[in-house]
Design a protein around this ligand. Structure first.
Ligand code: PMP
Length: 405
């Protein structure tokens, strides 16, 4: 059992007032709040350790490099990656996926097939679409069934014919639909394709073991699990990372530079050009440690209970339309109330202290498949309480009534 009360003590922001009302923060699929131990780790680094990594001979540079590489080791353990070679620090999920898509610009040729799913966030959709447009490759998008679950039969049909890459989310940031990632990876591999998993949402929901998953790449962002913004991880199998042609060039990622040519540093540094966001990485290491301390399985199971409760309570609202009814919903629920624009609703309930997201959730292809252009999204984290869900639901109800009359 999670001790939510004492967990909340680690998140002072949850105690503030928003627009004069006690804050009910339910926008965690966008960004999770930062616990005190992460802030303390950042502060300690700036106060006691700070120096550029890898380059210096002096004490602080050694200490800073040690802390940076320890954060990499924490990510290795968190994902059960084989080694530090397999963990590339990126700016976030978007940065990681672009590193892969751009890195595969010679690997994907005219006529090749690249597959994504309609569940994808734009950051695991547009990079592949653009790569295909540039290379004259075929971009195929796998659909979902009535309940919002990925259509695995369609995936099987689409990959046969020689797909080169399958890009799939672990969990939809709109429907909360958890995808059968083991099946997705297997189907991709049987077709000879590389498989990239977007774990931006999935990382906090359950335990992802990259060796057991057997995916070729996996990407996630720190800010969705309590780390600072601007830091994330690209995991890759060594062979998969070796395929990537660097897209950004500069210091640190090179081995020998002459006037004629340049050779690259070993992995992972060849994919981390310039001064890395080492303080961000240290914050990420602290956030991963914090999640371990809270209990990853327990936190994720509790979040599933919160989301199931939210779905049940939201359904009681008159005119409520909840999108999808997936086999396993995790992390978020999106909805619309008949006759009310989600932007108006979320703006109004914000005045009553309730923070939800409204808009297209960076998933326009999915929203078109669902037949809408905008949704309201409620996404709890393990520090939220059932009482907060109740408060949010009654505020949504009140807001909807006010806007309809
Ligand atoms: N994929 C999914 C499923 C997401 O939810 C998000 C963030 N909303 C992203 C990718 C992009 O993450 P970031 O903006 O941190 O790069």
């Amino acid at each position: 059992m999670l001790d939510v009360e004492s967990i909340r003590d680690d998140f002072p922001i949850l105690g503030i007032k928003a627009n004069g009302r006690p804050l009910v923060y339910l926008d965690n699929a966008a960004t999770m709040q930062m616990p005190l131990p992460v802030r303390q780790a950042l502060q300690y680094h700036y106060e006691q350790v700070n120096a550029n990594v890898h380059r210096g001979t002096h004490y602080l540079s050694h200490e800073s490099t040690k802390a940076y590489e320890e954060a990499r080791e924490t990510a290795v353990r968190f994902l059960n990656a084989p080694s530090q070679r397999n963990i590339v620090f990126s700016t976030g999920t978007t940065g990681a996926i672009n590193t892969v898509a751009l890195g595969l610009r010679d690997y994907v040729q005219r006529g090749d097939i690249v597959v994504a799913t309609v569940l994808e966030h734009h950051s695991n959709f547009v990079p592949w679409q653009q790569l295909c447009l540039e290379k004259g490759a075929q971009f195929k998008v796998v659909g979902i069934d009535q309940k919002g679950d990925l259509d695995l039969d369609e995936l099987k049909r689409v990959v046969t014919g020689g797909a080169k890459i399958v890009a799939c989310t672990c969990c939809s940031n709109v429907l909360g639909a958890v995808t059968p990632v083991h099946d997705v990876v297997k189907i991709a591999h049987e077709a000879g394709a590389l498989c990239l998993l977007d774990a931006a949402q999935g990382i906090r929901h359950g335990v992802l073991d990259v060796q057991e998953l057997d995916c070729d790449f996996l990407a996630f962002s720190g800010h969705k699990l309590g780390a600072p913004t601007g830091i994330g991880v690209l995991y890759g199998k060594s062979k998969a990372l070796e395929l990537l042609k660097p897209a950004w060039f500069g210091g640190e990622m090179v081995d020998i530079v002459t006037t004629e040519k340049t050779t690259w540093e070993e992995l992972p540094l060849r994919l981390e050009p310039g001064t890395p966001n080492y303080v961000g990485a240290i914050g990420l290491g602290a956030a991963l440690g914090y999640l371990e301390f809270v209990g990853r399985k327990e936190a994720s199971a509790y979040e599933d209970e919160l989301i199931a409760y939210a779905v049940k309570r939201l359904s009681e609202i008159d005119g409520m339309h909840i999108y999808g009814d997936p086999i396993h919903r995790s992390g978020c629920v999106s909805f619309n109330v008949e006759g009310v624009h989600p932007f108006d609703l979320c703006t109004l309930i914000d005045k009553m202290g309730v923070a939800l997201r409204s808009g297209n959730a960076c998933a326009q292809p999915l929203l078109s498949a669902l037949g809408c252009t905008a949704v309201a999204r409620l996404s709890p984290a393990f520090y939220n309480s059932f009482e907060e869900i109740d408060a949010a639901v009654s505020t949504i109800n009140r807001g909807a009534l006010m806007l309809r009359n």
